[in-house]
Design a protein around this ligand. Structure first.
Ligand code: WA2
Length: 281
């Protein structure tokens, strides 16, 4: 009998964990598809249409009113590819200068230096945000290539043509770890078998979505009345020997552990959901 109860407990935990992992993965996949569609929208109505049919107001309204299509995202934005030789022209046209991304510590130090305009330093190219959903309007004019994680994502997205994910990192104006999903936008109709060199050359910009993982997973789990029963942790396990906690508090060992795999569609990143009962039997 005791054995039977133990087995049932194990099954219960496995089912609950798999269900939650599947929900998270499905919701992520839904929003990823919609972010992809936004990249095509920008290509069609901003780059292929002269004059462009999109400006910040239209992008802001459209992305706000379709936000329900992108569960788990905290905001979407579009950054343009700008070569250094085009920087002056670009800045004059937009009537603002390209800013460098900075950590909060740097910001504190720089606040003490008068006349510091935190201009992006000279690089061969930039990725300033020109359109943003209201929720992430603070990144407009910031060069996304000046942030390590964003830069890596941009380089990988444009060479591959796929949606790519960053490792968890602290997003701007957020106190949580989050991840960024990026799709490149291309100027020509690239053949499906295009080389990465062709892709890089045809790149005109980058459509990205940010995910504030802790608050969004919290919201998802809240919908399932089980928070008193099981403790859930989500990890980025890309580096198996140094997993990064994306959601959940310190683990309390209560005996049983179930691990459900999570697939967020970027083969370079690995994620897992770990579930435990909050109480021993
Ligand atoms: N979006 C929102 N908050 C952030 C962030 C970001 N990146 N990076 C750091 N904090 C426009 O991949 C292109 C969005 C980057 C896209």
């Amino acid at each position: 009998l005791n054995m039977n109860i133990m087995l049932r407990r194990e099954h219960l935990l496995a089912n609950m964990c798999d269900e939650r992992a599947r929900m998270l993965q499905d919701q992520f996949n839904v929003s990823m598809n919609h972010v992809h569609a936004l990249a095509i929208l920008v290509s069609t109505f901003h780059h292929d249409k002269h004059p462009s049919a999109i400006n910040q107001k239209i992008f802001g309204e459209y992305t706000e009113s379709t936000a329900f299509e992108r569960p788990l995202t905290s905001g979407v934005a579009y950054a343009m590819k700008v070569l250094h030789s085009d920087r002056m022209h670009f800045e004059r046209q937009h009537k603002w200068t390209i800013k460098k991304m900075e950590t909060e510590n740097e910001a504190l130090v720089q606040d003490c230096i008068p006349e510091n305009l935190d201009l992006a330093p000279f690089e061969d190219e930039y990725a300033p945000v020109i359109f943003a959903q209201e929720t992430v309007s603070h990144i407009v004019s910031i060069d996304m290539m000046s942030g390590k994680e964003d830069r890596e994502n941009i380089l990988r997205a444009r060479a591959s043509g796929k949606g790519v994910l960053t490792s968890p990192f602290k997003l701007l104006k957020s106190n949580h770890l989050g991840v960024v999903l990026t799709f490149a936008v291309y100027n020509t109709n690239l053949p499906p078998n295009a080389t990465s060199k062709q892709r890089i050359e045809a790149t005109v910009g980058y459509l990205g979505a940010s995910y504030d993982v802790p608050s969004l997973v919290e919201k998802l789990l809240h919908q399932l009345a089980s928070k008193q029963t099981i403790a859930v942790n989500v990890y980025d396990t890309t580096n198996a020997s140094a997993p990064i906690t994306m959601y959940g508090t310190d683990v309390v060992d209560t005996g049983l552990l179930h691990i459900s795999s999570l697939d967020f569609g970027d083969p370079l990143r690995k994620h897992e959901m770990h579930c435990r009962f909050k109480q021993r039997p």
